[in-house]
Write a protein that binds this ligand. Structure first.
Ligand code: NAP
Length: 242
């Protein structure tokens, strides 16, 4: 039995990644924080894809909550481990820095960076012991080039890219790979409030990406076939930033 955990698997890109990993033969652990009905729908889609899965709710930014949930999972699966981790949970809360409320800075940075730390640190030891693991972090074009109105989000995703590279070097000799994916504009709830018509004009491919397209890339990086790729950031942005 091979297990994969996707944080923020209830909707959008995370849901598409769950389905892709199920098609690859993984039992998928679907994390979410606030939308159980959406997580349940993802679980049904995972089952339609031919694998079983389970829901594992926790707020990635809360250390004790993460540890308690993963400890409980491990106690139910004493002889198994989670060999694929997709750190996908993320939020945006945009405003120019001059007017950014303190809580919006911390919420956005903590969801991505504390979330990465909390979940990855908990799941890493068994990957190292088994000398096999795949970690894929969901960054963003904003973390590569910086985006006005998104200093918090750019800091979070830029930090995630840096920690991807650092951790990749730490764990490479144990055959654990760590990579990041940096999407541009993808059609999900997160981008539903954006002016699609105006934005499509600045995207060379003239359209937003689909969650399934990102999931294909994540699936490859999570596969055994990608075993010689580590510490990389792979863009998927329709040519927006090269
Ligand atoms: P989305 O549709 O808004 O979904 C966000 C997901 O993250 C949901 O499953 C949500 O769970 C979960 N989540 C949020 N905060 C969480 C927390 N504290 N703990 C656990 N789960 C949490 O977003 P998306 O567009 O699919 O984005 C997924 C990832 O891709 C994010 O990291 C985002 O920054 C990144 N990204 C997106 C785009 C884009 O254009 N869409 C571009 C670049 C990067 P609930 O359903 O329970 O709320």
């Amino acid at each position: 039995m091979k297990h994969a955990l996707v944080t923020g698997g209830s909707r959008g890109i995370g849901r598409a990644v769950c389905i892709k990993l199920a098609r690859m033969g993984y039992q998928v652990i679907i994390n979410y924080v606030s939308r159980p009905e959406e997580a349940q729908k993802t679980l049904e889609l995972v089952r339609e894809a031919g694998q079983d899965g389970e829901l594992l709710p926790f707020d990635v930014s809360r250390h004790e909550e993460v540890c308690a949930a993963i400890d409980e999972w491990e106690s139910r699966h004493p002889d198994e481990y989670i060999e694929v981790l997709v750190n996908n949970a993320g939020i945006r809360s945009d405003s120019v820095l001059a007017f950014m409320p303190d809580k919006d800075w911390h919420r956005v940075v903590d969801t991505t960076l504390a979330g990465f730390y909390n979940v990855t640190q908990t799941l890493l030891p068994p990957m190292l012991t088994h000398k096999y693991g795949r970690i894929v972090n969901m960054a963003s074009v904003s973390g590569l080039k910086g985006q006005p109105g998104q200093t918090n989000y750019s800091a979070a995703k830029g930090g995630l890219i840096a920690t991807t590279k650092a951790l990749a070097l730490e764990v490479a000799r144990k055959q654990v790979t760590v990579n990041a994916v940096a999407p541009g504009f993808i059609e999900t709830d997160m981008t539903a409030d954006l002016d699609g018509t105006a934005l499509k004009n600045i995207i060379p491919l003239q359209r937003f990406g689909r969650p399934e397209e990102v999931a294909e890339l994540v699936g490859f990086l999570a596969s055994p076939q990608a075993g010689y790729i580590t510490g990389e950031v792979v863009s998927i942005n329709g040519g927006l930033h090269t």
